[in-house]
Write a protein that binds this ligand. Structure first.
Ligand SMILES: [Fe+2]
Length: 377
């Protein structure tokens, strides 16, 4: 499967992953064949891209959080935010309930790795972003051996890290890349606005409230709002700084498709030591699949193979389907190998995006799938 930007979607393409809407409702379910009408509707809702089947890694990818839990959390959050905009009061119980639901679900799915990017509407960005940052932060906390109480505090801080944004004009948030300097400076007020809101809530721990205050600080002291550095920044805020950036980089924005999780990790690792504390970068990185499902690998045998499933404990040795022989001819039918059980075979490298496109085109042509890729003839 492959993430395709809205402008390249064509009727006949088959949806590989359900597209969820604002309240956790499915906008398009897996296996739906796109029509002109669907594509126009996706555009109106503000969906930036969709996963499409292309004959490579189209199998099921395990969810970190089940659709059912995501649906309840989205509903809870939606209602809490509505009551916040009407009464300017925070329904702490409802937010805590959401965090507990996420926490329970993640703890029962501890072996699942992050490998795909969420597809979401631009206008829901702050909302879905908050849930993702909470999920990634809890996963990082689990890797660090945090107790359930600490995970709940971290999760609540992560879920509410951008709550100060709600005090800003919605217009500013919808197109953050076309902002004036004045608007940029207004956005920089959101950590303090969020902290001031949260610290008035007795049921929210000071540590959680400080996540909102400190999540844009950098370990080298060049962040905002206070320019804190190193150990002056709380661990929870250091975690959210990493997960917040990761989710922002993989997200579609108007006129820009988000990066893959692999490219996003390259960005995060480059900023390790300046923006981020390396300890937390490493803890987070251990949750991101090295070779996500659908990526194409070159083996030491010169064969090409596509990743069909990944294993947390052997993330550099996934299960693969061998698709091309040494001469570059497609193998039919392809055959599966579990690299974890085949020590004599090793991965030389992951193919580049362009190299993978060529393989995808050949396979899609033979499988009669509409890919939207330019035809070579
Ligand atoms: Fe923020």
């Amino acid at each position: 499967m492959r993430r395709i930007p809205l402008e390249d979607l064509r009727p006949g393409m088959v949806v590989a992953r359900t597209v969820m809407g604002f309240t956790g409702r499915a906008l398009l379910t897996e296996n739906t064949r796109l029509t002109d009408n669907y594509i126009v509707r996706l555009g109106k809702i503000g969906i930036g891209s969709v996963y499409i089947k292309d004959g490579l890694g189209d199998g099921e990818v395990p969810e970190i959080v089940s659709e059912k839990v995501l649906f309840s959390v989205s509903n809870n959050l939606n209602n809490s935010l509505k009551s916040f905009t009407v009464n300017n009061s925070i329904n702490v119980t409802s937010f805590k309930k959401s965090v507990n639901l996420l926490l329970e679900n993640i703890l029962s799915n501890r072996n699942v790795l992050i490998q795909l990017e969420d597809i979401r509407s631009f206008s829901d960005y702050v909302f879905t972003h908050s849930i993702n940052v909470a999920v990634y932060s809890i996963m990082t906390g689990i890797s660090l051996g945090y107790s359930e109480n600490r995970l709940a505090d971290l999760g609540l801080g992560a879920l509410l890290h951008d709550i100060g944004m709600l005090a800003l004009d919605a217009q500013i948030l919808n197109d953050p890349e076309a902002l004036s300097i004045v608007d940029r400076n207004k956005i920089k007020l959101h950590p303090e606005l969020g902290f001031n809101l949260l610290r008035q809530q007795r049921e929210i721990s000071t540590l959680s409230a400080h996540v909102a205050y400190q999540h844009h600080e950098r370990v080298d002291g060049k962040g905002y709002p206070r320019g804190l550095e190193g150990s002056q920044i709380l661990d929870y805020a250091k975690i959210v700084a990493v997960t917040d950036t990761f989710d922002a980089v993989i997200s579609d924005r108007p006129h820009r498709t988000g990066c893959t999780t692999t490219d996003a990790m390259v960005v995060i690792k480059k900023l390790s030591g300046t923006h981020f504390d390396p300890v937390f970068v490493e803890a987070f990185a251990s949750n991101v699949a090295l070779y996500p499902v659908g990526s194409v690998l070159k083996l030491n045998t010169e064969h090409l193979a596509v990743v069909t499933s990944v294993n947390r404990f052997n993330s550099d040795r996934p299960r693969i389907s061998v698709i091309c022989n040494q001469a570059g001819d497609l193998i039919k039918p392809s055959y599966e190998i579990d690299l974890a059980e085949t020590p004599e075979i090793s991965v030389m490298r992951r193919l580049t995006y362009e190299e993978t496109q060529i393989i995808r085109l050949r396979i899609a042509k033979e499988s009669n799938l509409e890919t939207g890729l330019p035809s070579k003839d």
